[in-house]
Write a new protein. Structure first.
Length: 152
């Protein structure tokens, strides 16, 4: 079992419930001291964040192989209600062999359970893909919600 240092502000939320939502994560890596950011879909399992990558298309797997330290930010935002939930992770990642079953669990969150209805680009995942396993060391969990001004 991993030990993750969780830093909570005055207002917080249930991190595990938050990570079940099909939100975009923003993976921050660096190359030659230049920060890079990649929006990604993710799957939270065994206290790790999993991301699908295609090395022939995505550049973040190569950056991770050179420098495994990275960060991930995830935000659930609704401007009409003023909801702003943020989880910011810091840790390290590794590039792993592709696991089709784990990838399907990830994709079901975003595309639904019926694989027949998935876009063709998600049906043929295989040997040309990898998984990124992000192991968090710290996570900042903050509810930064506010009173909305829309509709007033």
């Amino acid at each position: 079992m991993l030990i993750i240092k969780v830093i909570r502000g005055n207002r917080s939320f249930d991190l595990d419930e938050f990570l079940k939502k099909p939100l975009f994560a923003h993976l921050a890596t660096s190359e030659n001291d230049v920060p890079k950011e990649s929006p990604v879909w993710f799957y939270w399992e065994d206290e790790c964040i999993w991301i699908i990558g295609t090395p022939s298309y995505d550049t973040f797997p190569g950056r991770i192989e050179k420098n495994p330290q990275c960060a991930i930010g995830i935000v659930d935002f609704d401007h009409e209600t003023g909801k702003v939930l943020h989880a910011g992770f810091r840790g390290h990642a590794t590039v792993e062999r592709f696991d089709a079953e784990l990838a399907k669990r990830l994709l079901r969150r975003y595309l639904g359970n019926d694989e027949k209805n998935w876009d063709q680009m998600f049906k043929d995942l295989g040997d040309s893909n990898i998984l990124v396993r992000f192991v968090p060391e710290t996570v900042v969990v903050r509810d930064q919600s506010f009173e909305p001004s829309f509709g007033k």
